[in-house]
Design a protein around this ligand. Sequence first.
Ligand SMILES: *Cc1c(COP(=O)(O)O)cnc(C)c1O
Length: 372
Amino acid sequence: MKRNILLNPGPATTTDSVKLAQVVPDICPREEEFVTIMKQIKEDLVRIVHGALQTYTAVLFCGSGTICMDVCINSLLPENKKILIINNGAYSARAAEICEYYGLPHINLCFPENQPPNLEQIEKILQENSDIALVYATHNETGTGILNPIRNIGALAHQYNAVFIVDTTSTYAMLPIHMEDDNIDFCMASAQKGLMAMTGLSFVIGKIDEIQKSASYPKRSYYCNLYMQYDYFEKTGQMHFTPPVQTVYATHQAIAEYFQEGEHEKWLRHKRVFDAIQNGLEQLGFRSVIKPEWQAGLVACVKYPSNTNWNFEKIHDYCYERGFTIYPGKISNQDTFRLCALGAIDTKDIEEFMKVLRDALIENHISIPVLY
Ligand SMILES: *Cc1c(COP(=O)(O)O)cnc(C)c1O
């Protein structure tokens, strides 16, 4: 099979064994055989973030990663309470938008997109608003690659008796996460990112007692209610509605490969891929938007150079034709593109890519190093 190197922020490059795991005899997902696989996946998803199975569970949904943001926000807010959104990027802004769509009382606490949030300001808001029941933050703001200090934000949330939700979609199964130590009550991800499986399966991992409490909270969605999905699975071992069957098989294989590679080894691989990306970019003269010490080490966010021949689409097309996918940026006030260290790739792939990128610049009459 042709191997494409995806440097976009998910879906990621997958192994052939994960691709092929989807090709299975047709099966009805209500069968015991499938139920067994689902149970194993559910438990492994909790193990990946070091959660104790008597305290935490995973709730699976059929959809892309955003479904988990939607589910957590609409399901976990008690009546007459507020949610605090820590917003320093496009993905947190999406969470605020979800609150608006559901008409939920929320505080959209905005910080500049190119830096981590200010903890003192967060604490001040928590002090002034005793009706905040939920605090929501994004771990790695995938638009910029900033790693937010979730452990500290979580500690503040707990100090003020709020439940802490973290969008870990772009760190889960890449950067080591520990539910308890990182003060996380709920986190989330999608099979096609860190797990390097296929699109269509997403999951929320969270505290069982908080999910049970939410049974009495207002129901704001039918398909996307956390308690309903949890309760149905507990009773039957099945998802409430049709699961993405083939994606589940791929995820099962991807999880096996995750444990085979090992948490630490996998993180080291992503780190060296990221370093190779940064070094390659530097050699061509490209500049990053985010200070190195603030980066998660998974997304390089690169400023467009000022060369008059620079045209992102043309560079993209040149690379794409040669098997490498690059991706536009997601910062509101600056033109950027992104290269991500997700997926089943290693430094050799980045070396190959950098040759192609160099050729793309030459082909487009852009001087090396590029200009700013
Ligand atoms: C990818 C991602 C999502 C989900 O995006 P989808 O397009 O719905 O898969 C959510 N949050 C973060 C931080 C992400 O990186």
